[in-house]
Design a protein around this ligand. Structure first.
Ligand code: NDP
Length: 480
């Protein structure tokens, strides 16, 4: 069986401890490879390689850095089928989704920052006759990048690409639950000729490897995407060390639907925003608020479409709902469905674990689930479930919809469906979320800042904001 390796100082290496963890295929529930159970010794080696490489990478002309990133992007595109298959097996997501979203977006991230760095400018301010100020933007140093399991390569590259473009070197940790595409990325970096130590990937557990990165006294910057509880812990370790921090955390996103929307478009997109990747996308809309005038129609149509979603082998072309990422996560989601019923909710469809046939019989599947009749402020409607579970709730007025939408501790994304442009802009102004999608979902212009408010995060990724994050401004004032 395959043993995944760490990528340190340009080499694929075993963990110092020589111990490995099981890597499960969630669609079968079987171990299919092994992942390094690394610890602070491996992080120390990775840091040392990254520190040495920083001396030259940070002053490598941006045109040269750009070339490496573009080469990596091209190799990801070339190996799209292989990477998508690996990601689907590792994560349980439908292969089609990995092929059309995850892997193309990972390539796009490298491409975007490989070209973006060429156009990244700093400011100059003239004080009339007395002085000129200019701002140097210098790479911060060795960046610590930690990412989750739901969009493995997509989110991993979303951090690594701007860090490398900006001139930082990196010590990165993918989720221990989905390590395979990060491992394949290390092979790609070797093929692309990326200089040794510029990117280092250390596999292993959050509590060991992640913690060693966050608490490393010489890593001055942490870019983290994951759960809010983990983010809080990371902030408590990193803040007293005065590290630069970007935290992209959980969400409980509202999807607000008015009667005057384009119904068919809304229904098509709402199916995706509810259940794509088994609802395990931080941007999925898990609380659907529907104007009462169309509530009954919406409920009938939405439930019928949800029941028709094909649950099955992620590798099969027609599968819409693949496997949940792990057995532990499957249990968590099922426990929330139980909680919803205790809180007075009615399960309109789904709600159960699914056992498939043959090789897939021990895989982690759950029926897509629609629940109604819950108070907007109950736990089911306030806590992140991160699975194929949505609640539907009617509303009468714009104010009521806004109040319910804004009632959680989270503020990552939101969706608004209406044909009334004035209302759309008015509500966008009042929704507490880092992203408002009006009559669409998951449309991204990589130049825009990305991130949440409230407990959904601190800092912004995306666009030039990410290059700002990985660089430090230094003002130089010249007396004339
Ligand atoms: P976790 O917070 O459990 O883990 C995220 C990463 O942090 C993993 O690599 C994990 O390692 C690591 N980690 C865990 N504990 C520590 C620690 N003490 N110190 C340092 N690193 C640690 O999140 P999940 O992987 O479960 O991902 C799902 C969450 O991510 C959801 O809440 C989702 O909303 C959020 N998310 C947010 C996004 C955003 O853009 N705002 C985008 C995508 C997801 P290990 O896997 O080994 O535990």
């Amino acid at each position: 069986m395959q043993h995944i390796k760490n990528y340190i100082n340009g080499q694929l290496v075993e963990p110092v401890s020589k111990t490995y963890l099981d890597n499960f295929n969630p669609s079968t529930g079987k171990v299919y490879s092994y992942i390094p159970d690394s610890d602070e010794q491996d992080v120390a080696l990775a840091y040392s390689a990254a520190k040495t490489a920083f001396a030259s990478w940070s002053i490598t002309p941006k045109e040269q850095r750009s070339k490496y990133l573009l080469k990596i992007a091209a190799l990801i595109e070339k190996k799209l089928d292989h990477l998508a298959l690996a990601e689907s097996i590792d994560n349980g997501k439908p292969l089609k989704l990995a092929k059309t979203v995850d892997i193309p977006r990972a390539a796009a991230n490298f491409h975007f920052y490989g070209t973006g760095i060429l156009h990244y400018a700093s400011h100059a301010h003239s004080m009339e006759e007395s002085a000129i100020n200019y701002t140097l933007r210098q790479p911060v140093g060795v960046a610590g990048c930690i990412s989750p399991w739901n969009l493995p390569l997509y989110l991993f590259s979303w951090k690594i690409a701007p860090a490398l473009a900006a001139g930082c070197t990196v010590v990165a940790k993918p989720s221990e639950i989905t390590p395979m595409s990060a491992y394949l990325l290390s092979e790609i970096c070797i093929e692309a000729g990326l200089p040794a130590g510029v990117l280092n990937i250390v596999h292993g557990l959050g509590g060991k490897v992640g913690n060693a990165i966050v608490s490393h006294k010489d890593i001055p910057l942490i870019s983290f995407t994951g759960g809010t509880v983990t983010g809080k812990h990371i902030a408590s370790v990193a803040a007293p060390m005065f590290k630069k921090l970007s935290l992209e955390l959980g969400g409980k996103n509202p999807n607000i639907i008015f009667a005057d929307c384009d119904y068919d478009k809304m229904m098509h997109t709402t199916m995706l925003s509810s259940f794509a990747n088994q609802g395990q996308i931080c941007l999925c809309g898990s609380r659907i608020f529907v104007e009462r005038k169309i509530y009954d129609k919406f409920k009938t149509d939405f439930v019928a479409k949800t029941k028709a979603l094909l649950i099955g082998d992620p590798l099969h072309e027609n599968t819409k709902i693949g496997a949940i990422v792990s057995e532990g996560h499957q249990q968590k989601i099922l426990s929330y469905i139980e909680l919803a019923q205790k809180e007075g909710g009615t399960v309109l469809c789904g709600g159960k674990k699914v056992t498939l046939d043959g090789d897939l019989k021990n895989g982690y599947y759950i029926e897509p689930t629609v629940i109604e009749g819950l108070a907007y402020d109950c736990r089911t409607n306030q806590e992140e479930i991160f699975g194929p579970v949505v609640t539907i709730t009617p509303f009468d007025t714009e104010e009521e919809a806004l109040m319910m939408a804004n009632s959680t501790i989270y503020g990552l994304a939101s969706m608004l469906w209406t044909g009334d442009l004035t209302r759309a802009h008015r509500m966008a102004n009042h929704i507490h979320a880092g992203i408002v999608w009006i009559n669409c979902w998951l449309l991204r212009d990589l130049r825009t800042p990305f991130g949440g408010v409230k407990a959904s995060g601190v800092g912004r990724e995306g666009g030039f904001e990410a290059l700002d994050f990985f660089t430090e401004p230094k003002n130089v004032c010249v007396r004339l």
